[in-house]
Structure formats: C-alpha cells, structure tokens
Design a protein around this ligand. Sequence first.
Ligand code: ADP
Length: 646
Amino acid sequence: MNTILIASRGEIAVRIMRTCRRLGFSPVAVFSDADADAPHVRLADQAVRIGPPEAARSYLNIDAILDAAEQTGADAVHPGYGFLSEQSAFARRILDAGLTWIGPPPSAMEIMGNKTAARNSLADTSVPVVPGTSLSGLSDAACEEAAARLGYPVMIKAAAGGGGRGMRLVADAHQLLQALHAARSESARAFGSDELLLEKALVRPRHVEIQIFADRHGQVVYLGERDCSVQRRHQKVIEESPAPGVSDTLRQAMGQAAVAAARAVGYEGAGTVEFLLTDDGEFWFIEMNTRLQVEHPVTEMVTGFDLVEWQLRIADGAPLPVSQEQITLQGHAVEARLYAESPEQDFRPDTGRVLFWSSGADGAIRIDHALETGQEITPHYDAMLAKFIAHGDTRNDALRQIRRALNHTVVLGLRTNRTFLLDTLQHPVFQQGQATTEFIREHWNPTDSPPPLLTALAAAVFVCAPCQNISRELQGWSTRPSVLSFDPENRNRTITVQQTGQTLQISGPELQETVIVLSCSDHRLDFERSGVRSQAWFAFDRDGTAWIQYEKYSACFRNHLADPAGRRTDCRDGRVMAPMPGSVLSVHVSTGTPVDPGQPLLVLEAMKMEQTIEAPVAGTIADVCVEPGSQVTPGQLLIDITPGAS
Ligand code: ADP
C-alpha cells in the first residue's frame, strides 16, 4: 500500500489525508464540480474530477472512482463515511480490481447493512437484540398483529436504512398503517428497498455505542463507548466518551457484546456496535455501522490512538497494535457538530455562501473541518460544517473548553446550530449527564428573539462599516431613522441611530442602547458599552444583508429603506415558496384541487432530508409551478393557491 484514494469529501477526507501524510502514504482526492476548489482537493497529492455536483453522479459513481484509482496509480481505497462507505458492492468492485479495501469484508457489510439480517446474525449469540420482527411480505393485517404482539409504542424502520431516514415512532394502533405506508415509500425512495422492520420502541433510552476493531488474525477489541443521545431526527449532534454514569462492569458487558457481534459476522477493521441503554441499566443492540463514524474523534482523544492509522495498518494485514488489557480511557472527550441548519425552524438545513469563518479554537481543542471563508454550502451534500472536539481531565473541563471554542467561533452568511449547541451544552439536564434520545424534544425550546443589543450592534455596523457592497442610502443611515427587517421573524422595526463622534445612541421599540464604536473593519466591531469593551462580528451579503454575531447570538438584518423592493421570500396570500433549495420528490395536488390549511402539497428533498410542504391557507390550487424532479431555489414559487373557503 502506497497511494490511497479517498472516496469522500469534506472534513473526513481532510482528516484521513492528515494520517496518510503522517505515515508517508500518498493521498489521492476525488471531487465533483462543486468541490473543484475544496480543501480536500488541495491537500491531496493528486486529485481527479469524478462528475457533476449531484452525489449520484460523482461521489456515488463507482465507475468514475475506479477510473480515478487507475489514473492515479492508487493501490488502496478509503471510503470515509457516508456515500459508498457502507455499500458492499463498492467494496467488492475495489477488491475485484485488485486494490486494497480499507474497510470490512463485503460479506460482513452486507449482513450489517440490512437491519433484519443484522438482527438474525446475532440470534445464536448472547448479544441482547431489541425485541422486534421483520415486516417483509406481511399484509397490513399481519403488520397490525405483529405490532400488537410487540406492544406499543413501536418503531418502524427501513431495513436498509441509515441516517434516521425511513423511521417512524408509532404511539398506538390508530397511527400504524399510515406510518407504515409513509415509511415504505420513504424507504423505497431513499434506499431503493421498501423492506421494513418493526421494533419495540424503548422509552427515553440513551444511545450508547461501542467502537470495535478487528484484525485479520482473529483478534477483536473494543475501545470504550460513546454516548450519542443528543439527537434530532434520530441523528446525532453531540457525542462524548466515556458515557456519563456507565460503570466499568457495564462497559465491559457492552464491550464484550460488541465484540461478539463483530465475531458473528467475521468482521475486520473499524466498526461501531450501537446499543440503546435503558434507565435500569439494560442495553439492547440496534445496529452495527461498518465504517469509521463521524464521532470517532472522541474515542481517539480518550484512548490516545489514531483510528485511521489503525484502519490503514489492519487493511495492510498488520495485527492490532494493542491487546484489550492495554486499552484504557483517559479523561473525558466531547464532540459537538456544527451544522448549517436552523434549529428554530425544526432544524431545517440551510445553504449559502460562508461570508466569514473563524474558528475559536485558540489551539485548545481539536476542530475537524474543511471550511473556508467564501465557500458555498450547497444542497448536494451533508450540512455538517465542522466538528468541535474537546478533551479534559474531567467532563466539566471538556465541556468548558468546547463552550468557549463555540462561543468564539464565527460563522456568518448562513444559519447554523451554534446557539443551539451552546444552549444544550449549558443545559442542566445535559450537564448532569442525564440526556436521553428525547432530550431535544423534552428540553429544548427555540431561543427567544436575540437580545436587543444584537439589533443595536447591527445598527452600529450599518452606520460604521466601511463601504462593502453597501449602497449610499445605507451609509447615510446615521442621520435619519431607518428600518431594519429582523430575521428570522421578519419584524420590521424602525431604529434611530444618533451619532456623536464615536458614540452611537440607538433607539427603537424596546431598544435604548449607547455604544462607543472603537473600530469597525475586517468583519470585526470593537465597541464599549457601560464601560466594558467587547467584540461583535459582521459580514455583508452581496444584496446588502448584514450578518451579525455577538457572543452566542447571531442573526441577519436587512435595511428595508435601502431595498424598497423588499425581496421577501416568505409565503403570503397562498403563494407557497420553497423554504430551502432542493429537489421536488412528489406533488400531491393539481390545478383546481381544493385545499385546507395544513394539507400536504408536495415533498421536497435537500441534504438527505425530506420536508412536506403544507398549504398555508384554505383555497383552491391556481397553479402548480413544479413537478417531481424539479430543482428549486429558496424563495422560488412552488404552488399558487387562490385563498378562500375550499
Ligand atoms: P439509523 O440506521 O437510521 O441511524 P438506528 O437504528 O441507528 O437508525 O437508530 C437511530 C436512532 O433512533 C437511535 O439512536 C435512537 O435514538 C432511535 N431509535 C432507534 N431504534 C429505537 C427503538 N427501538 N426505540 C427507541 N428509539 C430508537
């Protein structure tokens, strides 16, 4: 093994390359047209274009990746995570081409890639599997019987599923059939298979998973656990190791179960065995992921091992570098995932240009990312921007460090979950190590409007920022009252700014602030307020929208006096606009259809997520402007409803 092609993009490609270079391997990147200038391309020794931006035609294009391996003389392929990393057919093609596959044997991937087959493979082991049954080939009535036998609540899952898609929690018998049909069609669309299974839904469990490694020589070890309970849409946002409250005895029992699961399928390489842990200390297998996980860094921090290095060595035939007894967990590590998304709007993914990015690490914590100022976050790939990983002697030390880093990280130009992460890391339930998979639903409420001070600072920036795409009207703002449109509520407020030298008096509804502007350039506003000096950060969009961040808050502001057209993209009077970029999966109405408020109109897909767009008003469909397959941009008219009684 000498030249390693990394069949992925973003932070994980960059992270894998780092280890490749350290060990003297030559990394090869592949890229789509959307990533031609991406960091992972620049960091590689060689890079090959594999297709247009759509993942299906680039990062999922097996032929193009094999061609790239041949062109560059690569002798091994690392799949990263996501994309083709769990497709046994890909692994087989790599092996058939005579290359080294840096992953488990395709036969093990195949079994663990299907949740029903995975469950069945453990039937003869002592691994406790969450009670459940396959729904393959069953009639509706038989499904109803199966659910009644298991007892509600139940969880419907796509057998081929992943990333939380195709899953439905069903509280009682009335909801079962509708949920089944929805899960079946979502699964068919997302995974090309409508095979479902039913599991007993555990109540308020914690998600605790075990990292395992197996070599070609029959040795299998576990590297402690990760608690990944903080989830939205069944997808992880914060992970840590060790899991709060897990005793050595429980860790050992879970570790041994994970090793047994790996042995049952003849595993090799890195894998993660996922369990749900109930509050009575019982744990249940839900699935095994046959690749490196997003959250692997927390395990690296507490064990001191480079897991990518282990992957490379094992793929090359070497034995595991240590025995189980030599693996100990030191201190505590926490990872928080920064996403381009709006937690306030049900965690909807966001896209756009990163106008300014500055990580607040101070070198104190690890940040894995492939983010740069000026980068376009497109709807084609996952919305994760960066991973913040802190390691301390104690859990509190790690939490303090990660909070400080997030507080000092600046991302402007699109909505992120930074405030949500800070709120969560500070939440008493999370701080006490009590978070379950229901944490977000039970404990997180969208923050109230950002504080008035943020509005005041926005006003200061509009007045003081040197001309950066700002019209004359905006610059004249200090002498007359002006109007800001306050995102995300779109509330128009009249704000008056009175400037005397460096001192600004900013007033408006519920707003009365005096700030002294010390400097305002290079995205940074230094100011003094009540004798205390501090900073805020800002950037302007091409259309004059200002993005402002101060401490944990950020928001964007538009001065509507400078933009009489008021290019608003919300939906009014029955004009239903696309809330996010993406593609239309299905359309449920046609011209002339009467609709009630809340009635599903169409389903949009973006960033691996489906969103049903509902009728905002009662009325009759006047126009359907899109069809299944249409690509849409935010604010694009999708459906026009003539309001009125339907
Ligand atoms: P995916 O493969 O789509 O990620 P998983 O089976 O790994 O799906 O489950 C993802 C998450 O969904 C879990 O971490 C947990 O929060 C929730 N979940 C899955 N199965 C159950 C269950 N039987 N009961 C309660 N919650 C569950």
